[in-house]
Design a protein around this ligand. Structure first.
Ligand code: R5P
Length: 267
């Protein structure tokens, strides 16, 4: 691996633990101003010090994020459909590699929809992105997007994750599943991170992160379960405890509770 690629990978996945907490705030590219991200700048301001990487689109990066930050950026470069479309997730390339370089990103993210009638477009799109990104030493994170008709089980997620890695993704983002998440990890030759999915109680989200890491995931690329929490800073800090400090789910939840209480007392 060339120096530039190794350096960017090391900025995303921390060499000290081999793990990462990515904060995902890219939802607006198909959901618009989703709950918690009405104003992304405000939503991430207090979270940034705890995020190992920040995942978002170029528009929000330019408008809402201070260029003086040292947080590595994973730039979402797929899209083209909205939540209103019947073809949601029929995504193409929305941002050029030249633009990604201009924005000094550490990685680019592209979704594939395995099993959808447009899977070919998304897989070929991923290949094109990988070709261009590799030329510049930029890692591609493949997002396993799961269409409405697909089941988020180990069989599907291993299939999709493996296809993403075979096409050159350096990191794969998938959902957690039970049973069989260890199979998803075992059959994917590149590091895997989990998305958080819809907001669930903090205790459950911490348990999910814990179990994913136990199965071999290198971290999370989590959004709603952080920014939609009543205590987003306490939540990202608790996630960090699981990811970087090997906290159990129980320890992390106790940490979350004490951090949120402390916040209430201060307020
Ligand atoms: C979809 O909008 C993106 O891929 C998100 O970055 C991903 O789903 C992670 O966010 P969340 O934890 O909210 O699912």
């Amino acid at each position: 691996m060339d120096w530039g690629m190794r350096n960017r990978m090391a900025r995303i996945i921390k060499p000290s633990t081999g793990r990462t907490v990515m904060l995902a705030v890219d939802h607006g590219y198909f959901l618009g101003p989703t709950t918690g991200l009405e104003n992304v700048g405000r939503a991430v301001k207090d979270l940034l010090p705890y995020a190992d990487a920040l995942a978002l689109t170029r528009g929000i990066l330019r408008h809402d994020i201070n260029p003086h930050i040292d947080t590595p950026i994973i730039l979402r470069i797929s899209g083209g459909t909205s939540i209103l479309s019947e073809e949601l997730l029929n995504e193409g390339i929305t941002t050029s590699m030249k633009e990604a370089i201009r924005l000094n990103v550490s990685g680019v993210a592209f979704s594939i929809t395995v099993g959808a009638k447009w899977e070919r477009n998304t897989i070929l799109g991923l290949s094109q992105v990988v070709d261009e990104a590799e030329e510049h030493g930029i890692p591609t994170l493949a997002v396993i997007a799961v269409g409405k008709d697909m089941v988020r089980d180990a069989r599907y997620l291993s299939l999709a994750g493996r296809i993403a890695a075979e096409h050159g993704a350096r990191i794969v983002k998938t959902y957690y599943c039970e049973p069989g998440f260890d199979k998803v990890i075992d059959t994917c030759p590149v590091p895997v991170v989990i998305a958080g999915g819809k907001k669930i109680p903090e205790k459950e989200a911490l348990e999910m992160a814990y179990k994913a890491l136990q199965a071999g995931a290198v971290g999370v690329d989590m959004g709603r379960n952080i920014f939609q929490s009543e205590h987003p800073v306490a939540m990202i800090k608790a996630i960090k405890e699981v990811v970087h400090n090997n906290a159990t789910a129980k320890e992390a939840y106790e940490f979350f509770e004490s951090e949120s209480k402390e916040k209430k007392v201060k307020a």
